[in-house]
Design a binder for this molecule. Structure first.
Ligand code: ATP
Ligand code: MG
Length: 337
């Protein structure tokens, strides 16, 4: 498929991320509906071409747990990546609509992510690097797939130069600068599963009051390359994503938050320190969830990466074996929101 901007008609916006936006589009010549991700990249033409070449690997990623890739092209100064559109969106949006997600459905999410990660690594030696609810998508056929994996080294570099994105799903070893491995993705999966099952980000209680990022709404969004280096490199979740309920009753609105020196910056450093130094989060309260689910999440969140299992090994976990056979009707579930 030879994709060109002129052939794509924008239907609506699917979402905004740190690095750009995602639109629902129709490919006029074929009538195909797709999701077009527009990534603004501040890189030299040679680097852009290299990124485009590297993205072609995605044509070979064929798995029912991975978003299909329709093609990528340059639309200066952006790179457009066209992929399968998932009509129920991502799991962050889903739980924000539905509240905490039933644990049996969370089990299906765990299974799908592990299958996707195992496929990427076994077949292509690709490590995802960005597992989080916004990169786990769902459609009304009840399929669950992962997207936005790190296929292009150059793209990772270019984005790292501008935004690091949300890194609060980052494993302790990553925060400490160790090399990325498939096991880092397993940590991020553990954090994501707790978030879906509880209906809130698991570290939210460890962020002090001062770190309410909704204060920053509007100041930083939409983000521009370079404008939030310090913010992103500290692993801040993008302001727009935070629950703004707290902000509504927030009387500190006018305080103004300094990114460099304010209390907030410290709080984020504290959060990263917390991830490294404190016990890992859990499915709480004890007894609310099946023991097997608790045990699985605990094993994802072992702080020592040498003890943590790989996605492939975790496919043999008891809870995952149970989740594979459990008869929860995902298709019916998706019709409830
Ligand atoms: P970040 O920029 O921190 O990685 P993000 O994953 O939310 O956050 P994007 O990858 O730009 O940012 O995606 C923005 C939103 O668009 C997502 O939250 C998701 O809801 C939606 N989205 C992305 N890809 C698709 C797709 N293929 N089908 C449907 N919705 C999608
Ligand atoms: Mg994404």
């Amino acid at each position: 498929l030879d994709l060109r901007n002129e052939d794509l008609k924008e239907l609506r916006e699917l979402g905004q991320g740190n690095g750009g936006s995602v639109k629902l589009v129709e490919h006029i010549p074929t009538g195909k509906i797709m999701a077009k991700k527009i990534v603004l990249i501040d890189a030299k033409p040679a680097v852009r071409k290299q990124i485009l070449r590297e993205l072609q690997i995605m044509h070979d990623c064929n798995s029912k747990y991975i978003i299909s890739f329709w093609g990528a092209y340059l639309a200066e100064p952006n790179i457009c990546i066209c992929m399968e559109a998932m009509d129920k969106g991502s799991f962050d949006g889903i739980y924000k609509k539905t509240g905490a997600i039933d644990i049996d459905i969370v089990g299906k999410v765990a299974l799908a992510v592990l299958e996707g990660l195992t496929y990427l690594y076994d077949k292509h030696r690709i490590i995802h690097r960005d597992i989080k609810p916004s990169n786990i998508l769902c459609n009304s056929a009840g399929e669950i797939k992962i997207c936005d994996f790190g296929v292009s080294g150059e793209l990772i570099n270019s984005i790292a130069d501008t935004f690091v994105g949300t890194s609060t799903y980052m494993s302790p070893e990553r925060i400490q600068g160790a090399q990325y491995t498939v096991k880092s993705d397993v940590w991020s999966l553990g954090v994501s599963l707790i978030e879906l099952a509880l209906g809130r980000f698991p570290f939210s209680e460890s962020l002090s009051d001062d770190s309410d990022l909704s204060d920053l709404e509007g100041t930083l969004s939409p983000a521009r390359p370079g404008s939030m280096n310090s913010l992103a490199s500290l692993g801040l979740p993008p302001p727009r994503k935070r629950n703004s309920a707290a902000a509504k009753k927030d009387k500190r609105k006018s305080k103004g938050v300094s990114l460099q020196g304010g209390g907030m910056t410290m709080s984020i450093l504290e959060l990263l320190q917390h991830i490294v130094n404190e016990p890992a989060p859990k499915l709480t309260p004890e007894g609310r969830f099946p023991e097997q689910a608790e045990a699985f999440v605990d094993s994802c969140l072992l702080k020592d990466p040498d003890q943590r299992k790989s996605p492939k090994e975790l496919l043999n976990d008891e809870w995952i074996i149970y989740s594979r056979t459990s008869d929860v009707d995902l298709q019916a579930w998706t019709s409830t929101f």
